[in-house]
Write a new protein. Structure first.
Length: 220
């Protein structure tokens, strides 16, 4: 099996290659290594290879793994990329440097309260239901300007927009739509693209890509 440093170098090379046509700089793209379900011993080789930005799906799992890892690698940046329940807002604000799935009024209220209580502001990506899928989280496109205004009123820093395109459909049109929505709302951050489509996402303006399998191999 390839080692972590080799896989990391390969993904970074792919990102750099996709930056060329759009005249972007590779350093403007944040590669989030999605370490969900992977134990600390699988994460550590990537940390040793110099990578410092990681993503977890669940607050509890991050609480179990990351305090010990962060003691050894204190400059690590941790992103919450999964759905967040309102009752976990306090824990999420304490644990994470960025939250990627702010998508509804109840969560907005819980996060604003948690941030006020903690005396810190955690940047959040607003998740958009880009494919209008009933089973998926995300703010409906039609309600986005109104929701963004509420986030700003709550004094929560908006990192940008995030989406998960529908599975098994060409993702490019959805990435292009998210790019347009961000531009229309004067936002520059775009969290989009995973192991199977991050190269397309970079071509279409992603500033943050969430890559798991391409870095860690298949999940156990």
């Amino acid at each position: 099996m390839e080692n972590a440093a080799t896989r990391l170098a390969q993904v970074e090379t792919n990102i750099a290659r996709m930056c060329i046509p759009s005249r972007r700089k590779p350093e403007d793209i944040t590669l989030i290594a999605v370490s969900k379900t992977h134990p600390a011993e699988r994460i550590e080789p990537l940390l040793e290879a110099g990578h410092r930005v990681f993503g977890e799906n669940r607050v509890q799992e991050a609480q179990d793994k990351w305090p010990a890892l962060r003691e050894r690698y204190p400059d690590t940046e941790l992103h919450l990329i999964g759905q967040l329940q309102s009752n976990k807002a306090d824990d999420a604000v304490a644990m994470f440097d960025c939250i990627h799935a702010l998508d509804r009024a109840s969560l907005l209220k819980a996060l604003a309260k948690a941030m006020d209580k903690a005396g810190k502001r955690v940047p959040c990506f607003v998740q958009v239901n880009i494919g209008d899928e009933a089973q998926k989280g995300g703010c409906p496109i039609a309600e986005l300007p109104e929701f963004l205004a509420k986030v700003r009123d709550a004094d929560i820093p908006i990192a940008g927009l995030m989406c998960l395109p529908p599975a098994d459909i060409e993702p490019a049109p959805f990435f292009a739509l998210l790019y347009k929505l961000a531009a229309d709302n004067a936002l520059s951050g775009l969290s989009m693209g995973m192991s199977g489509d991050y190269e397309t996402a970079v071509q279409l303006g992603a500033t943050h890509v969430r890559v798991g399998t391409a870095l860690f191999g298949a999940r156990h």
